[in-house]
Design a protein around this ligand. Structure first.
Ligand SMILES: [Zn+2]
Ligand SMILES: [Zn+2]
Length: 191
């Protein structure tokens, strides 16, 4: 069984964090990583204890919601709050950082920015990252399925595949082979 790749693992974490966002305009998640360890995470939302956009609507000035602290900033501030160094760290974000976050990430010593989706990629942010020697790489999140009953699921699928193979029906047998290949089920027993 193949393990999930590191960059997919951290990017999946950022997507999970984005689900906690409290602003409907854009749901963003960010994970700061050092030496393949997650050291902080953030999503875009109001200041702790304040009203949420999802309850009160966004507070928009000049086309921007000013209520929220951005995901990248929240992740950096978590490090500041608990005294965790960010020098040389990497960040995984669901969207390309805005100009303000770009500057904060550079100042905090972040060396690589992995982002899943382009988002208004500001030319000044792109040139600032380049100037600071910060590497930016797009990493699209592949399909990640979290199945906490993984063993049982595979066992059940194997049983169904075996049953289909035993049938005299060609279509059922084809389905069995397709399923077996798709989920890389072994020919022999013991999953
Ligand atoms: Zn908002
Ligand atoms: Zn931002």
């Amino acid at each position: 069984m193949e393990r999930i790749a590191w960059n997919q693992y951290f990017m999946a974490q950022s997507h999970l964090l984005a689900l906690r966002s409290t602003c409907q305009r854009l749901m963003v998640g960010a994970t700061i990583v050092r030496d393949k360890r997650m050291i902080a995470g953030g999503y875009n939302g109001s200041v702790s204890g304040s009203k949420h956009c999802i309850d009160e609507g966004c507070y928009v000035i000049d086309g921007h919601c000013v209520r929220t602290v951005h995901a990248e900033m929240n992740a950096l501030l978590q490090c500041a709050k608990f005294g965790v160094p960010t020098e040389g760290a990497e960040i995984y974000v669901t969207h390309f950082p805005c100009l303000q976050c770009c500057k904060a990430l550079i100042q905090a010593g972040i060396k690589t920015v992995y982002y899943a989706s382009d988002y208004k990629n500001h030319p000044y942010a792109i040139s600032l990252f380049a100037e600071a020697g910060v590497d930016t790489q797009q990493v699209a999140l592949e399909e990640v399925v979290v199945d906490t009953h993984h063993r049982e699921t595979r066992h059940l699928m194997k049983k169904v595949v075996d049953k289909l193979k035993q049938s005299g029906d060609q279509e059922s047998q084809d389905l069995a082979v397709q399923t077996q290949n798709r989920y890389q089920l072994p020919d022999k027993e013991h999953i």
